[in-house]
Design a protein around this ligand. Structure first.
Ligand code: HPA
Length: 234
Protein backbone atom coordinates (compact mmCIF):
# COMPACT_ATOMS: atom_id res chain seq x y z
CA UNK A 1 0.00 0.00 0.00
CA UNK A 2 1.07 3.55 -0.64
CA UNK A 3 -0.49 6.66 0.89
CA UNK A 4 -3.17 7.06 -1.80
CA UNK A 5 -3.25 3.64 -3.49
CA UNK A 6 -4.47 0.59 -1.59
CA UNK A 7 -2.98 -2.03 -3.95
CA UNK A 8 -0.82 -4.89 -2.70
CA UNK A 9 2.66 -5.38 -4.14
CA UNK A 10 2.32 -7.04 -7.54
CA UNK A 11 -1.32 -5.95 -8.05
CA UNK A 12 -0.38 -3.24 -10.56
CA UNK A 13 1.00 -4.02 -14.04
CA UNK A 14 4.25 -2.55 -15.41
CA UNK A 15 2.21 -0.41 -17.79
CA UNK A 16 -0.60 1.75 -16.45
CA UNK A 17 -3.13 3.89 -18.28
CA UNK A 18 -4.14 6.94 -16.25
CA UNK A 19 -7.48 8.71 -16.65
CA UNK A 20 -8.65 11.85 -14.85
CA UNK A 21 -12.10 10.39 -14.28
CA UNK A 22 -12.04 7.26 -12.08
CA UNK A 23 -15.39 6.10 -13.52
CA UNK A 24 -13.77 6.05 -16.96
CA UNK A 25 -11.12 3.77 -15.54
CA UNK A 26 -13.86 1.47 -14.26
CA UNK A 27 -15.72 1.58 -17.59
CA UNK A 28 -12.62 0.68 -19.61
CA UNK A 29 -11.62 -2.08 -17.20
CA UNK A 30 -15.06 -3.66 -17.28
CA UNK A 31 -15.73 -3.30 -21.04
CA UNK A 32 -12.34 -3.61 -22.80
CA UNK A 33 -10.26 -5.70 -20.41
CA UNK A 34 -10.60 -9.36 -19.48
CA UNK A 35 -10.44 -10.73 -15.93
CA UNK A 36 -10.09 -7.24 -14.44
CA UNK A 37 -10.14 -6.63 -10.70
CA UNK A 38 -10.27 -3.42 -8.68
CA UNK A 39 -7.08 -2.87 -6.67
CA UNK A 40 -7.90 0.59 -5.33
CA UNK A 41 -10.90 2.46 -3.99
CA UNK A 42 -9.08 4.94 -1.72
CA UNK A 43 -10.74 8.38 -2.16
CA UNK A 44 -12.92 6.85 -4.89
CA UNK A 45 -9.90 6.94 -7.22
CA UNK A 46 -10.54 3.54 -8.78
CA UNK A 47 -7.68 1.43 -10.13
CA UNK A 48 -8.00 -1.85 -12.03
CA UNK A 49 -5.71 -4.50 -13.42
CA UNK A 50 -6.78 -6.88 -16.16
CA UNK A 51 -5.75 -8.29 -19.52
CA UNK A 52 -5.96 -6.94 -23.06
CA UNK A 53 -5.19 -9.38 -25.88
CA UNK A 54 -3.71 -11.68 -23.25
CA UNK A 55 -1.29 -9.10 -21.79
CA UNK A 56 -1.51 -7.62 -18.30
CA UNK A 57 -2.29 -3.90 -18.00
CA UNK A 58 -3.69 -1.52 -15.37
CA UNK A 59 -5.79 1.63 -15.46
CA UNK A 60 -5.81 4.16 -12.61
CA UNK A 61 -7.97 7.26 -12.02
CA UNK A 62 -5.99 10.36 -11.05
CA UNK A 63 -8.48 13.22 -10.65
CA UNK A 64 -7.94 16.48 -12.52
CA UNK A 65 -4.94 18.77 -12.56
CA UNK A 66 -1.24 18.69 -11.85
CA UNK A 67 -1.25 18.26 -8.02
CA UNK A 68 -3.64 15.29 -8.04
CA UNK A 69 -1.97 13.64 -11.04
CA UNK A 70 1.47 14.05 -9.50
CA UNK A 71 0.42 12.10 -6.40
CA UNK A 72 -0.65 9.06 -8.42
CA UNK A 73 2.26 9.21 -10.89
CA UNK A 74 4.80 9.46 -8.05
CA UNK A 75 3.29 6.54 -6.15
CA UNK A 76 2.82 4.34 -9.23
CA UNK A 77 6.47 4.73 -10.21
CA UNK A 78 8.20 4.92 -6.84
CA UNK A 79 6.03 2.56 -4.74
CA UNK A 80 4.81 0.08 -7.36
CA UNK A 81 7.71 0.10 -9.84
CA UNK A 82 5.55 1.07 -12.83
CA UNK A 83 7.63 1.50 -16.00
CA UNK A 84 5.21 2.99 -18.55
CA UNK A 85 2.39 5.45 -17.96
CA UNK A 86 -0.02 6.38 -20.72
CA UNK A 87 -2.44 9.20 -20.02
CA UNK A 88 -5.80 8.91 -21.76
CA UNK A 89 -7.63 12.21 -21.51
CA UNK A 90 -9.36 15.09 -23.22
CA UNK A 91 -8.20 18.52 -24.32
CA UNK A 92 -9.64 21.74 -25.70
CA UNK A 93 -8.22 22.52 -29.16
CA UNK A 94 -6.73 25.97 -29.76
CA UNK A 95 -6.37 25.73 -33.55
CA UNK A 96 -9.64 26.58 -35.26
CA UNK A 97 -9.40 23.81 -37.86
CA UNK A 98 -9.10 20.95 -35.32
CA UNK A 99 -12.33 18.91 -35.17
CA UNK A 100 -14.05 17.52 -32.10
CA UNK A 101 -13.04 13.91 -31.51
CA UNK A 102 -9.59 14.40 -33.09
CA UNK A 103 -6.92 12.24 -31.45
CA UNK A 104 -3.80 14.19 -30.42
CA UNK A 105 -0.50 12.62 -29.37
CA UNK A 106 1.18 15.12 -27.07
CA UNK A 107 4.84 15.36 -28.09
CA UNK A 108 5.56 18.08 -25.52
CA UNK A 109 3.68 19.84 -22.74
CA UNK A 110 4.25 23.53 -21.97
CA UNK A 111 2.72 24.79 -18.74
CA UNK A 112 1.74 27.77 -16.58
CA UNK A 113 2.18 25.66 -13.46
CA UNK A 114 4.91 26.80 -11.09
CA UNK A 115 5.86 23.21 -10.15
CA UNK A 116 8.65 22.92 -12.70
CA UNK A 117 9.90 26.50 -12.28
CA UNK A 118 10.36 25.80 -8.56
CA UNK A 119 12.06 22.47 -9.18
CA UNK A 120 14.36 23.83 -11.91
CA UNK A 121 15.32 27.02 -10.00
CA UNK A 122 13.34 29.41 -12.22
CA UNK A 123 14.52 27.91 -15.51
CA UNK A 124 12.28 26.28 -18.12
CA UNK A 125 12.34 22.51 -18.43
CA UNK A 126 10.74 21.15 -21.65
CA UNK A 127 8.53 18.18 -20.68
CA UNK A 128 8.37 15.70 -23.56
CA UNK A 129 6.85 12.34 -24.42
CA UNK A 130 8.83 9.12 -24.68
CA UNK A 131 9.69 8.70 -28.36
CA UNK A 132 9.08 4.95 -28.52
CA UNK A 133 5.58 5.21 -26.98
CA UNK A 134 4.85 8.18 -29.25
CA UNK A 135 5.97 6.33 -32.35
CA UNK A 136 4.03 3.17 -31.38
CA UNK A 137 0.89 5.22 -30.67
CA UNK A 138 1.21 6.99 -34.01
CA UNK A 139 1.32 3.66 -35.81
CA UNK A 140 -1.51 2.13 -33.74
CA UNK A 141 -3.75 5.17 -34.28
CA UNK A 142 -3.09 5.15 -38.02
CA UNK A 143 -3.82 1.42 -38.17
CA UNK A 144 -7.20 2.22 -36.55
CA UNK A 145 -7.71 4.95 -39.22
CA UNK A 146 -7.79 7.72 -36.63
CA UNK A 147 -5.44 10.17 -38.45
CA UNK A 148 -3.75 11.35 -35.24
CA UNK A 149 -2.20 14.81 -34.88
CA UNK A 150 1.20 14.97 -33.18
CA UNK A 151 2.39 18.16 -31.49
CA UNK A 152 2.66 20.29 -28.40
CA UNK A 153 -0.07 20.78 -25.82
CA UNK A 154 -0.34 23.11 -22.83
CA UNK A 155 -1.03 21.94 -19.26
CA UNK A 156 -2.78 24.71 -17.36
CA UNK A 157 -3.54 25.12 -13.67
CA UNK A 158 -6.64 27.22 -14.38
CA UNK A 159 -9.57 25.78 -16.32
CA UNK A 160 -11.66 28.97 -16.02
CA UNK A 161 -10.28 32.37 -16.96
CA UNK A 162 -11.67 35.81 -17.80
CA UNK A 163 -8.88 36.47 -20.30
CA UNK A 164 -10.40 35.46 -23.65
CA UNK A 165 -7.17 35.95 -25.60
CA UNK A 166 -4.92 34.01 -23.29
CA UNK A 167 -4.29 31.09 -25.67
CA UNK A 168 -3.40 33.22 -28.74
CA UNK A 169 0.32 33.28 -28.04
CA UNK A 170 0.45 29.51 -27.64
CA UNK A 171 -1.68 28.90 -30.74
CA UNK A 172 0.69 31.16 -32.71
CA UNK A 173 3.53 28.90 -31.63
CA UNK A 174 1.72 25.86 -33.02
CA UNK A 175 0.36 24.26 -29.87
CA UNK A 176 -2.67 22.06 -30.51
CA UNK A 177 -4.65 21.93 -27.29
CA UNK A 178 -5.09 22.73 -23.62
CA UNK A 179 -5.38 20.18 -20.82
CA UNK A 180 -4.24 19.99 -17.21
CA UNK A 181 -1.90 17.06 -16.53
CA UNK A 182 0.71 16.12 -19.17
CA UNK A 183 3.54 18.45 -18.13
CA UNK A 184 3.85 16.85 -14.70
CA UNK A 185 3.42 13.33 -16.07
CA UNK A 186 6.31 13.86 -18.50
CA UNK A 187 8.49 15.56 -15.93
CA UNK A 188 8.04 12.91 -13.24
CA UNK A 189 8.50 10.07 -15.71
CA UNK A 190 11.81 11.60 -16.84
CA UNK A 191 12.93 12.21 -13.26
CA UNK A 192 12.26 8.62 -12.22
CA UNK A 193 13.35 6.88 -15.45
CA UNK A 194 9.92 5.74 -16.58
CA UNK A 195 8.30 6.24 -19.99
CA UNK A 196 5.23 8.40 -20.53
CA UNK A 197 2.84 9.53 -23.23
CA UNK A 198 -0.42 11.48 -23.27
CA UNK A 199 -3.06 10.50 -25.79
CA UNK A 200 -5.83 13.07 -25.92
CA UNK A 201 -9.23 13.35 -27.57
CA UNK A 202 -10.49 16.83 -28.43
CA UNK A 203 -13.64 17.37 -26.32
CA UNK A 204 -14.06 21.05 -27.21
CA UNK A 205 -12.61 23.70 -29.47
CA UNK A 206 -11.81 26.77 -27.40
CA UNK A 207 -11.51 28.99 -30.49
CA UNK A 208 -14.71 27.97 -32.31
CA UNK A 209 -16.58 27.28 -29.02
CA UNK A 210 -17.78 23.84 -30.12
CA UNK A 211 -18.37 21.14 -27.51
CA UNK A 212 -18.74 17.41 -28.11
CA UNK A 213 -21.98 15.83 -26.89
CA UNK A 214 -21.77 13.15 -24.21
CA UNK A 215 -22.31 10.37 -26.79
CA UNK A 216 -19.66 11.79 -29.17
CA UNK A 217 -17.21 11.98 -26.29
CA UNK A 218 -17.97 8.40 -25.33
CA UNK A 219 -17.34 6.83 -28.76
CA UNK A 220 -14.21 8.88 -29.51
CA UNK A 221 -12.87 8.23 -26.05
CA UNK A 222 -13.12 4.50 -26.65
CA UNK A 223 -11.20 4.85 -29.98
CA UNK A 224 -8.37 6.55 -28.10
CA UNK A 225 -8.53 3.90 -25.40
CA UNK A 226 -7.93 1.17 -27.99
CA UNK A 227 -4.78 2.99 -29.16
CA UNK A 228 -3.55 3.15 -25.56
CA UNK A 229 -4.33 -0.50 -24.89
CA UNK A 230 -2.66 -1.58 -28.14
CA UNK A 231 0.63 0.13 -27.26
CA UNK A 232 0.40 -0.84 -23.60
CA UNK A 233 0.28 -4.50 -24.53
CA UNK A 234 2.06 -4.50 -27.93
N1 HPA B 1 -9.18 23.51 -20.77
C1 HPA B 1 -8.46 22.75 -19.95
N2 HPA B 1 -8.54 21.45 -19.93
C2 HPA B 1 -9.40 20.85 -20.78
C3 HPA B 1 -10.17 21.59 -21.65
C4 HPA B 1 -10.06 22.99 -21.64
O1 HPA B 1 -10.75 23.69 -22.41
N3 HPA B 1 -10.93 20.71 -22.36
C5 HPA B 1 -10.61 19.48 -21.94
N4 HPA B 1 -9.68 19.56 -20.98
Amino acid sequence: MSLHIGAKAGDIANTVLIAGDPLRAKHVATTLMEKSFCYNEVRGMMGYTGYYKGKRVSIQGTGMGIPSTSIYVNELILEYGVKNIIRVGTCGAIQKDISLGQVILAMSASTDSSTNKIHFHGMDYAPMADFELLSDAHKAARDLLLAPLVGGVFSTDTFYSQDVSRWNLWAEHGLLGIEMESSILYTLAARHHAKALSILTVSDNIITKQYASASERESKYMDMMKVALEIATG
